[in-house]
Design a protein. Structure first.
Lengths: 440, 453, 109
């Protein structure tokens, strides 16, 4: 069966973390809320309602485009995607088709054999989410809190050839979304949804296969990878038997560990796209586009590698520091402020990770001072120390008895008491020695 | 006081101001008259007995919170809307109350009122005739003095044509002049909410009240219409008259309507205007262009009626609605989209350019012509021929396609039935068409004649 | 029934597969309605087809008579309807949600 190569394209829907919805001012924070309490005539599709674009959502989409090295369009148009489904309030979704906001990007991923591969991004465009369906027996229930929440759809060319690349792509996308602060991109919560288009062709064949199998409605990343792997095998088996493969939509059955044919949502896929008459086109100047790039200078993956290399940080520390762009920037500012203090990068990293300073409030220079003073050790005189130790031992005779009996934890208690009485930070090793000597 | 209901809006405001009667007496008078006359006309679908300010009639396609909104359809039978249209919010700040929701062709699809699921409205001038549509109830209510003024909607002529057939004033504002938020959409790129009134100065006042954008309609300009200039005559104005294209014999322009129009042009000339014949070559395809776009848009706009969140099943749509949904869905479908919608969008651009040429190059201040090829026809006469019905929109659709404002003012009678003069103006220049209309109205006083009810 | 779209503007009729279009439009037409439409719609479409004769360009942004552009609002949360208002016009609700007859998406085939 090794006479086939896989051709996979991915479609990712990212739910933006804006405060309000895409086309109305209802709260977009729907997770766990009472059903149908974040709705209005617009997102409910009542007669007479009209859409009005959320600026923040557009800016987020453009930022995502920048992070994916896309060409951001100065003219963009929304279109209606017409189809019927109970969770689609207006009977059409406002989306983008002919004039998307971002096109022709790319992102590098790691392959199964360890080599790097460029995945081409066909487009990243803006659209709105649907309501949420739940099935109860013979009924389907619908909550429209999620209807109208902003989505960015990212479509790749069919450049993926193995699931390691897919895994890396998803991980990188998630890191990007979190780093630029546009979405939590959490697959479990539904802020990031993956769909894969899988097909296979003969090795060396240049043309794209004439079919593709869509893997949809798979809510965990693990299951998606399993489904893709299963699908590759399934298709290879069928092809090698001489059977023809068809365009279809399949889901994943975790119990049986197989993909299965799904009844399609809308058999007629004629979406009858036409420009949304209720929304005028968006014109953005090259200056505005460039300005939005300001926040996206380096992708988190690159920053992570750089931190490991330049500051000799371990994978663990580097990963934590690069999760959030603001935190990564703060780290580097503290490094700068700690020049000539003898405080090394690794120390800075550990202090930030363990002490978790409020990076909005604590200035880098002040944080350096904090590290410094916590390192400062007061040099206490030997005689003075012995006097204080004697006093502490006298006042804590029970503790001394326990110490003699061998209770180690008591030792730390006594050390702490001594330090408290001194009132300054002193070398704890010296204190331990002094106590040991005194008790003997 | 039976005189109260015959007052215009401006006269009513003045009388209230000088305390000639109270708001209660005002509403009582109108409610009484509605009770006496409307059973004959069927212009109201809902009467609000609690109306207590200056009573306006609202086409049942516009949302008034807490009231019904049937859009003339069985699908929305029992639907109560939970929000106000922007125009309603604005009117409420002007001391207006809503005395009722008026009858209309289902989802604004029709030119006669016969497509209402609640029975046709009758023309107050002759109850065997249609009042026109789709704002049939609004026009009939104004003509019969059943309200101080009304609101309608105009997509391809639905304010101007019934106003013309009922002998009242109707104004379709420029596209983007009035927010559409709260009016069920028909042709999203064509719809405008506008006043239907007893006089031109009433229309001017209502436009001032309802104009201006908001944070809901992205296509509405955020400027309030104000009218600074008034004219005493038409001296110095250039009025264009479109050469009637021979190909339009399909539309069947009535000879007596044509004669009435020519008398009107003569009057305009006497009032000091220079009349100039102009050519609009792209008008030839205006009906096909209009229908390509409107049918496509309405098929999509009616998709929200799926019976889930509100309303009954889609099988409750009337025949005309179903017909247009099928036509529009076909026009947007794969393989046909370029031939209909895209093509029509380009021709639409040409039609707009023709108007710009007339206003700028030919220096016309306004363009005049008929509103309807005929006067009101007998109920039932045209129901079996939808295409013939569509063709009668020939004079009103060009302004809708170009987005320019259009006013219909009474200009005479033919066989005892009203004829309307259409006055078209530059984009966002409602002031000039209102001025021309007012000068003409004051000189001819057609509006003083009332139907015998 | 497959439709040949190149058919007649000459005959001033445009053939249309009403069953297919009705399905796209989510409309259940009665036999009588299909019959009436079968006669009327090709005629109406044939009339509209006359616009094919007009020469027009093939590219550009969609034409609009609206003069506004880039119309956007700040990302601020405003008022929503209450759950009661939202559900007030539905024929069937359950546990604060709209209820409709079951959609079975994930059936094994």
């Amino acid at each position: 069966m090794k006479q086939y190569e896989t051709v996979i394209g991915l479609e990712v829907h990212v739910e933006l973390s804006t405060k309000s919805k895409m086309f109305c001012s209802c709260s977009a924070d729907y997770f766990g809320k009472e059903p149908n309490t974040h709705t209005c005539p617009v997102c409910l599709g009542l007669p007479g309602a009209l859409p009005y674009i959320n600026k923040e959502a557009i800016e987020s989409c453009i930022k995502i485009g920048h992070a994916l090295n896309c060409n951001i369009k100065t003219q963009s148009v929304f279109e209606r995607k017409n189809y019927f489904y109970p969770d689609l309030a207006k009977g059409y979704q406002i989306s983008q088709y002919r004039w998307p906001l971002c096109v022709s990007g790319k992102i590098e991923v790691v392959s199964a054999d360890g080599t790097k591969k460029d995945i081409r991004i066909n487009r990243a465009h803006q659209e709105e989410d649907t309501g949420k369906l739940s099935h109860r027996g013979r009924e389907t229930l619908i909550d429209f809190n999620r209807s109208g929440v902003p989505l960015v759809e990212i479509v790749t060319e069919p450049d993926f050839t193995d699931t390691v690349q897919i895994r890396d792509y998803a991980k990188k996308l998630q890191a990007i979304m979190r780093s630029i602060g546009v979405s939590n991109a959490d697959m479990e919560r539904g802020d990031m949804r993956l769909e894969a288009n899988v097909s296979i062709r003969g090795i060396g064949q240049k043309e794209l296969p004439n079919y593709r199998v869509e893997l949809k409605n798979i809510n965990s990343f693990r299951f998606m990878v399993a489904a893709v792997e299963y699908e590759i095998q399934r298709q290879s088996k069928l092809l090698s038997k001489g059977e023809r493969l068809h365009q279809e939509t399949r889901g994943w059955n975790e119990d049986k560990k197989i993909t299965y044919l799904q009844r399609s949502k809308e058999e007629a896929h004629d979406y009858r796209y036409f420009p949304e008459p209720d929304l005028p086109p968006i014109f953005i100047s090259p200056e505005e586009i460039e300005k939005l790039k300001g926040g996206i200078t380096e992708l988190p993956a690159a920053t992570l590698e750089r931190f490991k290399k330049d500051y000799q940080l371990g994978e663990y520390e580097a990963e934590i520091l690069t999760r959030d762009k603001k935190l990564a920037d703060y780290f580097e500012q503290v490094i700068l402020a700690s020049e000539n203090t003898g405080i090394g990068a690794k120390k800075v990293a550990n202090e930030i990770i363990n002490k978790k300073p409020d990076i909005e409030k604590v200035l880098p220079a002040d944080f350096v001072n904090q590290i410094h003073s916590s390192q400062q050790v007061f040099a206490i005189g030997k005689a003075e120390l012995e006097t204080i130790v004697k006093q502490v031992l006298e006042e804590n005779s029970k503790a001394v008895e326990d110490y003699k009996k061998g209770k180690e934890s008591v030792k730390m208690f006594l050390v702490g008491q001594v330090i408290r009485m001194v009132g300054k930070k002193i070398d704890t090793n010296k204190v331990k020695e002094a106590i040991k000597k005194s008790i003997k | 006081m039976s005189d109260i209901t015959s007052l215009t809006l401006v006269e009513t405001l003045s009388a209230l101001n000088s305390k000639e009667f109270s708001k209660k007496e005002l509403n009582d008078a109108y409610l009484k008259r509605i009770g006496q006359i409307d059973p004959l006309l069927n212009s109201y679908l809902y009467v609000n007995r609690d109306s207590d300010k200056i009573p306006a009639a609202i086409k049942d396609i516009i949302t008034v919170s807490g009231m019904q909104m049937t859009c003339g359809s069985k699908i929305l039978d029992g639907y109560i809307t939970p929000y106000n249209a922007t125009v309603i919010e604005k009117l409420m700040t002007k001391d207006i109350s809503f005395i009722g929701k008026t009858n209309m062709d289902e989802f604004a699809m029709g030119s006669s009122g016969e497509n209402s699921a609640y029975g046709a409205t009758k023309n107050p001038w002759d109850i065997t005739k249609v009042p026109g549509g789709s704002s049939s109830g609004s026009a009939a209510a104004v003509a019969a003095d059943l309200c101080t003024f009304a609101l309608g909607t105009d997509t391809g002529g639905s304010i101007r044509q019934p106003a013309s057939l009922c002998g009242v004033v109707g104004l379709k504002p420029s596209y983007g002049r009035v927010s559409r938020y709260g009016a069920q959409a028909m042709g999203s790129s064509l719809d405008q909410i506008g006043p239907i009134t007893k006089t031109v100065s009433d229309a001017r006042l209502v436009l001032e009240w309802i104009s201006d954008g908001d944070l809901f309609d992205s296509n509405a300009e955020k400027t309030i219409f104000t009218s600074k200039k008034r004219l005493s005559d038409l001296k110095g104005l250039k009025i264009g008259v479109v050469q009637l294209n021979e190909n339009k014999s399909d539309a069947g322009l009535d000879l007596s309507v044509l004669k009435t129009m020519e008398d009107a042009y003569k009057k305009l000339s006497e009032l000091g205007a220079e009349i100039k014949e102009i050519v609009m070559p792209s008008f030839k395809y205006s009906i096909e262009t209009y229908y390509s776009i409107m049918l496509s848009e309405v098929s999509s706009n009616l998709a929200r009626f799926d019976g889930v969140r509100f309303g009954k099943s889609r099988s409750e749509f009337g025949l005309e609605s179903k017909r247009r949904i099928i036509l529009g869905t076909f026009a947007l479908s794969s393989g046909y989209f370029d031939d209909y919608f895209v093509k029509a969008s380009h021709i639409r651009s040409k039609i707009k350019k023709d108007f710009v040429k007339a206003f700028v190059e030919e220096k016309c201040d306004v363009i005049v012509g008929p509103v309807s090829p005929t006067v009101a026809w007998t109920i039932g006469e045209k129901v079996d021929n939808p295409l013939a019905m569509y063709l009668s929109d020939v004079y009103t659709v060009p302004a809708s396609l170009a987005g320019i404002p259009g006013l219909s003012v009474p200009c005479g009678f033919s066989d005892g039935l009203p004829v309307g003069l259409q006055i078209l103006g530059k984009y966002m220049d409602e002031e000039t068409i209102l001025n021309v209309g007012e000068v003409y109205e004051l000189a001819t006083k057609w509006h003083k004649r009332k139907p015998d009810l | 029934m497959k439709i040949n779209k190149k058919q007649e503007t000459r005959n001033k009729r445009q053939e249309i597969d009403i069953d297919y279009v009705a399905k796209l439009a989510n409309l259940d037409l009665s036999g009588e309605e299909k019959k009436v439409f079968g006669k009327q719609l090709p005629q109406i479409l044939g009339y509209i087809n006359q616009i094919k004769q007009v020469k027009t360009p093939s590219t550009g942004l969609p034409f609009s008579v609206a003069t506004t552009q880039s119309v956007m609002r700040e990302d601020k949360v405003g008022k929503s309807l209450s759950q009661k208002e939202t559900l007030s016009n539905a024929t069937s609700t359950k546990n604060g949600q709209f209820a409709t007859k079951g959609i079975f998406e994930n059936e094994d085939i």
